[in-house]
Design a protein around this ligand. Sequence first.
Ligand SMILES: Cc1ncc(COP(=O)(O)O)c(C=O)c1O
Length: 369
Amino acid sequence: MAAMQKKRIFLSPPWVGARERALVAQAFDSGYVAPCGPMVDAFDRRLAELSGQHAAAVASGTAALDLLMAELGVGPRATVISSTLTFAATVGPAVKRGAKPVFVDSDSATGTISIPLLEKALAETRRPAVVIAADLYGQCCDYDALEELCARRHVPLVLDAAESVGATYKSRPAGLAGIAAVYSFNGNKIVTTSGGGAVLSRDPELVARARWRAQQAREPVTWYEHREIGYNYRMSNLLAAVGCAQLDRLPEILRRKRRIFAFYARLFGQSHVPALPFPCADHTRSTNWLSVFLFPSETLRDRTAARLAAANVECRPVWKPLHLQPVFAGCRVYGGKVAEDFFRRGLCLPSGAGLTRADLARIAEAIVG
Ligand SMILES: Cc1ncc(COP(=O)(O)O)c(C=O)c1O
């Protein structure tokens, strides 16, 4: 008889439970089964506390970026400068509006966008509409350097903090830089609302406009009056209930994520599989949203990935740099080799806050056994 396949261990599944269920029931019973209501308002307030900025909860991180591109008037003929080592959604909304992306490599020591290469890109790009810098795997970019550079060039800076919710840059919360930032609460993120995101800014007017655009840009009169066409992007009250419960357990999620990362670091430190943690600068305290390790070679990385796959454990290479994506063929890139090297040698390991000791032992056995 064929051996029974063990239960699959996923890369970063949601960690939800009784608290989420109770708040969803509360939202349901309130009658606000709609993209407005007390839970959305409460989630906005909780996000503002967490991020140190004004906040508007929306349907996804991608929607949040789209709202910011609308705010900045990004359209055909605009150029946006972005990190290359990130998810496609960092530039997706700008590109959908007809903008041309220019990509910037990672810094080999910090993993996030290279400041000297960004400086070169800014010097050589004619009136870029925006710089979108992406935080990575739970850690923040160099916000001070980004702000200084963008201010000097008079280019708005947007932080794609989809992956860094709960992290800090020096003593600042993730995303507290530039004109605005976005968070993501997708099912795989550190805080989930199943799908969701937020627009964040120190500018209350900007967030108010994003909230207005996310609700069909309706004028404040009793009939439907529109001076602009908006979007239907506001978060559902039911999903905001999940978000409120997740924020209650964020400290525990962070403890668990960091413990999982330390477990892998110990495992690789003591074993014959010599992988090193993905770079992380001293200026940021990572959440270790995903535990990412760099192997000495692509062959060794692939061998480990194959062993995990055989054990029914999900893992994934580091982001494929955007300048290598077929959809962005021909786009300008500054540098690129560092991100390409991370893509070749990097592996994201299971990092779900709900991983048990037994799960971790099974993963360790697959890696080094
Ligand atoms: C860096 C980055 N930007 C944007 C997004 C898009 O967020 P969402 O999936 O909530 O639309 C994600 C994740 O999915 C991401 O990792």
